[in-house]
Design a protein around this ligand. Structure first.
Ligand SMILES: NC(=O)C1=CN([C@@H]2O[C@H](COP(=O)(O)OP(=O)(O)OC[C@H]3O[C@@H](n4cnc5c(N)ncnc54)[C@H](O)[C@@H]3O)[C@@H](O)[C@H]2O)C=CC1
Ligand SMILES: O=C(O)CCC(=O)C(=O)O
Length: 409
């Protein structure tokens, strides 16, 4: 089992938002037993108190790791987002502090695609409003406004891991699939790429959003885009709450231009299950409202727990940063018979030369060396004889431009 300059029992792992037990199992198997586990997200003060001495933190989509929080997390080595989205973390601030951020880019994608498929069928049949009425003692047995999915056009916005799977599933129902993406994408099945958002909106009976939260996707569906959608069409958003102007959507639904919607993500989401959900969409019977559960299935959560905890444990044990979303990626096998030094520095010319010079002057032999950079930072990993490791670490720490160092035996 990999050893650190810091005893594994002193390495604190903070897990929030009820990440799956599989994550705890992975950490324990790797020898990390100092785990603080919380079922929900923490309030601002509690978060600051808990993260202050944490070396690793695992979150889902609720916890906001802003620069202000990260600045106070003095010991933080790495962050795991036990989900796909990483917009809740200030990635640039984490990078500058030398903190790699990992996520699970695939594990819950099937779950989202399946939920959306079910919603398409429910909404095309007008089930949400029939269901709501029945709960109030009403009975709406009528074929009015009730359609098969077969032969309808699904417009997917954002044809990535989720959008492509949804497209394939929808085609099995006989839907025609069109998609809009900023990248040229290989269409799967019989899908067709449409190069203008407006055109897609004018062609689709059902529009489903699967884009990440970026400055470009903020309010990408507002009143103008809703007006460009077909009369009587349906909107689904299981991406991020900032992508749709929710007030404009409520208006379009009240005006019967959009006849159904399924919304899983909101501009403001309750911090915990005990908080009130406030939205202009409340009370609209033809809108399916779900509490950001697109990826919340047992299968997805278990796989995410294994994947992200595995990445954090690997980074802790051997320095590997493969698939980090904000950091130079270095793929490393487990080291044997040597000690490994990790050096994260500001990306300025000459730093590697200075490290090599310092080692040469002290007679420290370098058994292996790996370097990757981004525009902001450099990440160098060196292997040296274990009896020279402590001295090498001191030399590295003294290099001007160093952000942080670690030693793995
Ligand atoms: N509701 C939930 O529980 C979940 C929500 N999500 C959200 O779904 C999003 C999509 O997930 P994936 O499909 O796995 O991501 P992905 O990264 O595989 O695909 C995103 C696609 O959107 C495209 N894109 C980016 N900006 C665009 C723009 N301005 N216009 C059009 N296309 C654009 C990209 O080129 C890419 O093809 C995630 O970023 C996350 O925010 C993901 C999982 C669960
Ligand atoms: O399950 C969660 O907490 C968030 C899911 C999500 O939105 C994501 O994976 O990006």
């Amino acid at each position: 089992m990999a050893k650190h300059s810091l005893d594994k029992d002193k390495i604190k792992i903070l897990l929030l938002e009820g990440v799956h037990q599989s994550a705890v199992d992975v950490f324990k198997r790797a020898g990390y037993n100092n785990i603080e586990y919380h079922k929900a997200s923490l309030g601002e003060e509690e978060l600051l108190a808990s993260i202050k001495d944490a070396h690793f933190v695992g979150i889902r989509s609720r916890t906001q790791l802003t620069k202000a929080v990260l600045d106070k997390a003095e010991k933080l080595v790495s962050i795991g987002c036990f989900c796909i989205g990483t917009n809740q973390v200030d990635l640039a601030a984490a990078e500058k502090l030398g903190i790699p951020v990992f996520n699970a880019p695939f594990s819950n994608t099937r779950s989202v695609a399946e939920l959306v498929l079910g919603e398409i069928i429910m909404l095309l049949r007008g089930i949400p409003q029939r269901n709501a009425l029945a709960h109030r003692g009403g009975w709406l047995k009528s074929a009015n406004g009730s359609f098969e999915a077969r032969g309808k056009t699904l417009g997917v916005i954002g044809y990535g891991h989720i959008g492509t799977q949804l497209g394939i599933l929808a085609e099995t129902l006989g839907m025609r699939v069109i998609f809009f993406d900023i990248e040229d994408k290989l269409p799967l099945g019989n899908a067709q790429q449409i190069h203008s958002l407006e055109q897609l909106l004018s062609l689709a009976d059902v529009v489903s959003l699967h884009v990440p939260e970026t400055p470009q996707t903020k309010n990408m569906i507002g009143s103008k885009e809703l007006a460009a959608m077909r009369q009587g069409s349906i909107l689904i958003n299981a991406s991020r709450g900032t992508v749709v102007d929710i007030d404009a959507l409520a208006e379009a639904i009240r005006g019967d231009h959009i006849v159904g919607a399924a919304i899983d993500v909101f501009p403001v989401e309750p911090k915990s299950n005990d908080d009130e959900f406030v939205s202009p969409l409340r009370g609209l019977d033809n809108v399916l409202l779900t509490p950001h559960v697109g990826g919340s299935t047992q299968e997805a959560q278990e796989n995410i727990g294994i994947e992200v905890a595995g990445k954090l444990a690997k980074y802790s044990d051997n320095g590997s940063t493969m698939t980090a979303v904000n950091f130079p990626e270095v793929s490393l096998a487990q080291h044997k018979d040597t000690s490994r030094l990790l050096h994260i520095h500001h990306n300025r010319p000459g730093i590697l030369i200075k490290i090599n010079q310092a080692f040469a002057e002290k007679g420290i032999n370098i058994a292996a060396q790996y370097l990757q950079t981004t525009a902001e930072i450099g990440y160098v990993v060196m292997e040296v004889n274990s009896d020279q490791a402590d001295e090498a670490l001191e030399e590295m720490k003294a290099i001007d431009g160093t952000i942080r160092t670690r030693l793995l035996h």
